[in-house]
Design a protein. Structure first.
Lengths: 418, 418
């Protein structure tokens, strides 16, 4: 009993359609290991909840409520964009984390996020050793950007990919219907600041005969070549669909549409590449256009989540707890692909030192030679990740998503100024 | 046998997630009445197909392919934006229609569209009488704008309403998760040039505690009042969702974002109200924002179609043929609401003279007093229309939508210049 420790779980960065499925996996599995894991405390609004000692007692939630997390999009405990950088620059924050963990007898740190969070998780593990209060830090991967290394994919991505592929297919059918006398160009803007994984998903519709041009962040934008490609498609098919990544940029690094604002991580806030591209086509080729910006709709779209993605998100949450129970530290459970068709995988794990601050880009051989489409290799990769549907329950025409009680744990420490 | 006539069916204007379900209803029902209805010819690209004698022989399509129309979005035969105005100004076109109908022994004209098409349909009926080749003209209602009179609703609308309600709910959960340190404002732009029906659907999420502000085209935009409302929501809830109709405008009639282009009907091409509103909030209140423009994604979203809408679309196509078989002319089948909770309806019909060129706006008592939300009356109206899900089949992660063969009928007449 002396060794029984509580666990801390936090959601970090942009939320997804399935990050709560990972939370569900963590909490349900922790409840099964009540011999070694006491309560699971969640950080209210992510790591900020740990720093400010604003912990949520998940033991106050019923089994039904926790189970409902599996089909609820967004971050049930709140997330945040708050980066803990180097130990030197943020020593005070790292030490505070350990203090809070110590005060609440927390021995397990489950951090559910992307690359920045993997780095924080790694540092917490290192520092806790140094401070003589060892915490097992396990990173649970999550990012719609799919840019974490080692793992076959990141939970959240498969569902966005499915949403973008389905939406691109549907909108392409629409523009095809209208092209004779009206709209000939449909442009949809998708997320993906540095990696074109999400944009690539739009390329899956090419198999169904849809003329689609993809603008990847990995490929420098060449206006003349792009317009020639669109023109060729309109001449051949009567219409053209364009999927533009928000991260698409000119050779000098300037994004097609920067909004001029930056987030807490110092990243430029993007948006508006679609109208830029649409107007460019109108000016050069004269075609009537429509454009859409999917933004949060894509990453929140639990209603059309990939069954494979939901399953993987849950399994990685579960695996994180199982790794902790086995005494592992400073690791991240991963998806290991075994085969493409049919898609088969197993759960593995990676050392956080190999994960932190490594960004996985689209391999060049996933992008077609001309830079505007995906290769067969990419199609095989993506197809596995969008397999199956996992519909939420509906009541009165709308999905039934859970909102937790999120009861606060009594504070034990002095206030901490962020 | 002498009285057996062929039928002509055409899709008009912007397509929807369920217009093909109406086509399915028309064709399947016509096939059951082969004693009086010969072949169903579809206009390739709408009414243009009739004018240019570019007819599609739907009898070349298998029963399976026609059945698959029920779950395929967009216009399977192509649609067009091509308005036939007054008989005086467009006499040549109207006469050509009758000539083509005569040449192909067409005695039934099923026109699947919105207000403009109802008007054309009405005029064809009138002129065919005068020209001594009577054609039974039946209008099948369709418009995501939901602005046709008499009928309780228009097929296509219920599915857009469901898509917008679901998407607004999901994105609101997302922004709620992020609001502590990041995005506090989410703006989604929806269709609806003159009527705020689609925007109203976003208001359904208010029942779930989401702070949502709706900008209707029916309510003149008041920047100061709007910003105060958003500010109030952010102070109370920490975040705010805004649903802005593309038709939202200032008291002088200027849209929040005109793109400066006009379509074939002379309507201004809209788009971009969302970034305008988002930046307005950022400038005045300083909140970080995200914005989405749903555009075609909303009206093509067959993957989340309302079961009620799909059913009604099919039933109205079926009813159109049954009205024709009963000898009716110049009519439109309608939805007659019988009760709200549970939503019950029956199929009725209206005279085209009462439908043509009448636009149905949101009743003022569907919009809350402050102009930014929906009333209980509106909620009851909308809730009926989004009941049930009608998922398409999926293969390999993507919906299975049908593309017809669309075999052309041999031409019999001289060419006609549009």
């Amino acid at each position: 009993m002396a060794k029984k420790k509580n666990a801390f779980y936090a959601q970090s960065g942009g939320v997804t359609a399935v990050i709560n499925a990972s939370a569900c996996g963590v909490i349900e599995t922790a409840r099964k290991h009540s011999d070694v894991i006491g309560k699971v405390y969640a950080g209210r609004n992510g790591i900020i909840g740990a720093l400010t000692e604003d912990l949520i007692d998940t033991s106050k939630e019923s089994d039904e409520a926790i189970a409902a997390l599996r089909s609820t999009p967004s971050g049930a405990f709140g997330s945040c964009r708050f980066k803990l950088k180097s130990l030197e620059a943020n020593k005070r924050e790292y030490e505070r984390l350990i203090e809070v963990f110590k005060a609440h007898n927390i021995g397990y740190f489950f951090y559910n996020g992307g690359g920045d969070s993997a780095d924080t998780c790694y540092k917490v593990s290192q520092l806790s050793e140094k401070m003589g209060y060892p915490v097992q830090a396990i990173h649970v991967p999550k990012t719609v950007d799919n840019d974490l290394p080692i793992t076959d994919c990141c939970p959240g991505f498969g569902s966005v990919a499915k949403y973008i592929a389905v939406s691109t297919l549907e909108a392409s059918y629409d523009v095809r219907s209208m092209a004779k006398t009206s709209t000939k160009i449909f442009v949809v803007e998708v997320m993906g600041r540095h990696a074109g994984w999400i944009a690539a998903a739009g390329g899956l519709v090419a198999d169904q005969g849809i003329p689609v041009v993809i603008l990847f962040p990995e490929i420098e934008f060449d206006q003349k070549k792009f317009l020639a490609k669109v023109d060729e498609n309109v001449k051949k098919h009567g219409y053209c669909t364009v999927v533009v990544s928000e991260g698409c940029h000119y050779p000098d690094g300037k994004f097609l549409a920067e909004q001029g604002t930056r987030d807490a991580f110092g990243h430029a806030q993007l948006g508006g590449a679609a109208p830029v591209v649409a107007n460019m086509i109108k000016d050069a080729l004269g075609h009537k256009f429509h454009w859409a910006v999917a933004d949060y709709l894509q990453r929140a779209a639990r209603h059309i989540a990939s069954k494979t993605d939901v399953k993987q998100a849950y399994e990685l949450g579960k695996a994180a707890v199982e790794l902790a129970v086995k005494g592992r530290n400073s690791v991240m459970p991963t998806i290991v692909r075994l085969s493409d068709e049919p898609y088969k995988y197993k759960i593995g794990h990676a050392e956080l030192k190999d994960v932190a601050n490594v960004e996985k880009f689209m391999p060049r051989d996933f992008i077609s030679k001309d830079g505007y489409g995906i290769t067969d290799k990419c199609r095989k990769y993506l197809t596995g990740l969008i397999q199956g549907e996992d519909y939420p329950k509906y009541a009165n025409g709308l999905p039934v998503y859970v909102t937790l009680k999120n009861v606060a744990v009594a504070k034990k420490l002095p206030e901490f100024k962020l």
